[in-house]
Design a protein. Sequence first.
Length: 83
Amino acid sequence: GCRAYGICVAAMAVRAIFFDLDDTLVLTGAHDRSAYKACGELVASRHPGINRDALIATYQSRLSGAPWDPDDKTSVREWRGRP
């Protein structure tokens, strides 16, 4: 359907897809830090005794070691949320 300004999204063809893997187009690292901070604050508000810095460091370590299932049997979302 058409959106604001009369632009019909359905009629538009995809002409390019950009993959920004090194912060060239979007400062992904800055957004990651902001998300980690927000998650740490949420965890701390619900579980005051937890060391949020250690929690985030552990998550980052596990994520960098295996960002997705090497056997491709688990979705990325499930894989990153595993215990």
